[in-house]
Design a protein around this ligand. Structure first.
Ligand code: ADP
Length: 305
């Protein structure tokens, strides 16, 4: 299987050992998923589609993506631009984030419809998130949605994690309307209940599931933190219990890693129920580590070999 993830990867400055020392890393929701997928499934061809600048930081990012086993051939380089950056501050163990991403090259990732179509043409499964859509201007959103519709008509699968981040949108209505337009372009929807309940007023996970089903998704997986995962495949609903954890350290990228395991399971032709069990195990390991990209145990990797 060939998977194309589309979105924004950012430079990350995380506190290092000494005060005022920072470690450079790279992360971003769709990239995190690509990273976990490349780690879980060496047989899956994972490609990342984004735009970066032509400066040293952009070059370093592309190198790191490539070193993670992800194909970077379709990453566009825009002259005079750079990548987005965020910095993590620690205050009594609580993390807070500052962002500089308003001018990032990734905001223009859909600026070349042909480049997008060429990348999608090489994929079997195309993955985007609500953050991918949020960072684009109106023209970019229309280009991306059209590209997803074309991908679907060409027999490819489209997977979508709404990843609702209201501060990236002009207002909540713009967010919810655009999210549901994207939902209408996808086969696999991967929402998280807590966010959906807040912005769509869903009473329970079933209401979230039904909304994405009405939009046209055939496989819907509703994540819900430590609560059971509710899913529908071919019209049949079921739940998977999430293993209980004694300590949760950092929930960053829980959903991103979960999605990667679902795609790994798909590519290994596992039943969806088994893929979701593995996804819960992977996300369970990720929330017990620090940061977005947590190396995981070999026992998990064997499941997809
Ligand atoms: P997101 O990161 O998209 O908000 P969730 O918070 O719903 O996603 O979590 C995704 C998955 O991560 C859950 O389905 C579960 O498998 C795992 N997870 C998240 N929080 C916990 C937790 N407190 N205990 C155990 N597993 C968790």
């Amino acid at each position: 299987m060939r998977v194309l993830a589309i979105g924004e990867c950012m430079a990350e400055l995380a506190p290092a050992e000494r005060p005022d020392d920072y470690r450079l890393g790279f992360a971003g929701d769709t990239f995190n998923t690509a990273w976990y997928l490349a780690m879980l499934s060496p047989d899956v061809e994972v490609s990342y589609f984004t735009a970066v600048g032509d400066d040293a930081l952009s070059a370093r990012m592309v190198q790191v993506i490539s070193d993670s086993g992800i194909d970077t051939r379709h990453i566009r380089r825009l002259p005079g631009k750079s990548v987005g950056l965020y910095m993590i501050a620690l205050n009594n163990g609580e993390r807070s984030f500052s962002y500089w991403r308003g001018q990032s090259a990734a905001r223009s990732l859909a600026g070349d419809a042909q480049a997008l179509a060429a990348a999608i043409a090489e994929a079997d499964l195309v993955y985007v998130s609500g953050i991918t859509l949020a960072i684009l201007d109106q023209g970019g959103r229309e280009t991306l949605l059209q590209a997803l519709r074309s991908a679907r008509s060409a027999g490819k699968s489209v997977a979508f994690d709404p990843n609702l981040r209201v501060h990236l949108w002009s207002d909540p209505t713009e967010m919810t309307e655009t999210i549901m337009r994207a939902a209408a372009c996808c086969d696999i929807a991967l929402p998280s209940f807590e966010d959906e309940a807040r912005w769509f007023g869903d009473e329970d996970a079933k209401a979230t599931l039904e909304r994405y089903a009405r939009a046209g998704a055939s496989t819907i997986i509703v994540k819900n933190g430590p609560e059971p995962v509710l899913y529908r495949e071919d019209g049949t609903d079921d739940i998977t219990m999430v293993p209980r954890l004694t300590s949760v350290i950092d929930t960053t990228a829980a959903g991103d890693s979960f999605n990667a395991a679902v795609f790994a399971g798909l590519s290994a032709a596992l039943p969806l129920s088994s893929s979701i069990e593995q996804a819960c195990r992977l996300a369970g390991q990720v929330v017990q580590g620090k940061g977005a990209l947590v190396p995981v145990g070999l026992d998990l990797l064997d499941q997809f070999a």
